[in-house]
Design a binder for this molecule. Structure first.
Ligand SMILES: [Zn+2]
Length: 344
């Protein structure tokens, strides 16, 4: 038998096999592998032709034509089968992963501000509406601004009132935002009215009303003719606005950086003045320590106390939030417990 015919028979045989095998492929991967096993570099059809260079030109012509024909046929079977299988696979996918566009989406939880932030912003808005500016100071402070410049020299017994953390480098985490008062008096052109909200730190045993960290809002109003009646008017309006206080009273108190010093009390919001555990049966709750700026504080800042007057106050902010929302344990505000915080 002519070598030529032998090869042509082989090509026919390969084509028959290829047709059968490709037709029976069950998925795209299998089809792809089978296709390559015939037409790939080491495929059966390619192998048959590997010594075609030894054929005569006429033999080459016949064998070449035959093999091209077989290759084209195999390719068209492959393409048809591929379309069929990928159609099946798409259908299978769509059946398995049916999407129902009518199902309502997952609810996105709506969040809100932490109660302390919310009240802090409310108070800031209130004061800025009265012409106060917001100022800031460092939380790690020198003893000069935290004490000395506020008329609390090193040997002053009042230093014991503030249970201070002392850092190894001699600085202190500020015990009150009053340190911002001292800094502002030194640097800001007069007259001015400012508030300074911020965190403060004291060495205190943690209980329901005390933490080692707390929020305060300092206020300072300095001008030529500021009077005690200005202090009273503004702070009474503040507690009316923030806490809905109806009755207020001022009591004398001692703070080294004010003279006279006062405490602003509001009628107990829990018992309406009848007396309860929160107000220790007095019917009153202390909310804002305040007073007229002490002449010495002006002198430390290089301001003539005969020329300028001012009043200052320092609100314990956490306390305001507790009163506003009727919370009896300060720790609840700082534990990050969403069950609690989501109630606001
Ligand atoms: Zn009460």
């Amino acid at each position: 038998m002519n070598k030529n015919l032998e090869v042509i028979d082989k090509i026919d045989e390969v084509f028959k096999d290829a047709k059968e095998i490709l037709e029976s492929a069950k998925n795209l991967n299998e089809l792809e592998d089978n296709f390559r096993s015939f037409t790939g570099k080491k495929g059966r059809l390619t192998e048959i032709l590997h010594n075609i260079s030894s054929y005569s030109p006429e033999e080459k012509k016949i064998v070449g034509a035959k093999s091209n024909e077989a290759k084209n046929e195999i390719e068209s079977i492959y393409n048809r089968k591929k379309n069929e299988l990928s159609g099946n696979e798409n259908k299978k996918f769509l059946n398995e992963y049916k999407i129902d566009l009518t199902i309502p989406g997952n609810r996105i939880e709506r969040f809100h501000k932490h109660p302390i932030t919310a009240v802090l912003e409310e108070a800031s808005d209130f004061f800025t509406s009265m012409g106060f500016e917001i100022v800031e100071g460092p939380e790690i402070e020198t003893t000069h601004y935290n004490f000395d410049a506020l008329n609390i020299p090193a040997d002053h017994p009042a230093r014991d009132v503030w249970d201070t953390f002392y850092l190894l480098n001699g600085l202190v985490p500020r015990t009150h935002t009053s340190s911002v008062q001292a800094r502002t008096l030194e640097s800001k052109p007069l007259p001015f009215r400012v508030i300074a909200p911020g965190r403060c730190y004291r060495y205190e045993a943690v209980d329901a009303t005390h933490l080692f960290m707390f929020n305060q809002m300092e206020g300072l109003f300095v001008a030529h003719n500021v009077k005690l009646s200005d202090l009273k008017g503004i702070l009474e309006e503040t507690v009316r606005h923030l806490l809905g206080a109806k009755k207020t009273r001022f009591r004398p108190a001692f703070y080294p950086f004010v003279e006279p010093g006062l405490d602003l009390d509001i009628e107990c919001v829990f018992c309406g003045g009848r007396g309860c555990g929160v107000c220790k049966n007095t019917g009153w709750i202390e909310v804002i320590p305040c007073g007229m700026v002490h002449p010495n504080v002006f002198k430390y800042a290089g301001i003539n106390p005969k020329e300028y007057k001012g009043f200052a106050f320092g609100m314990g902010f956490d306390r305001i939030v507790m009163l506003k929302y009727n919370i009896n344990d300060l720790r609840l505000l700082y534990q990050g417990n969403l069950d609690i915080l989501n109630q606001f």
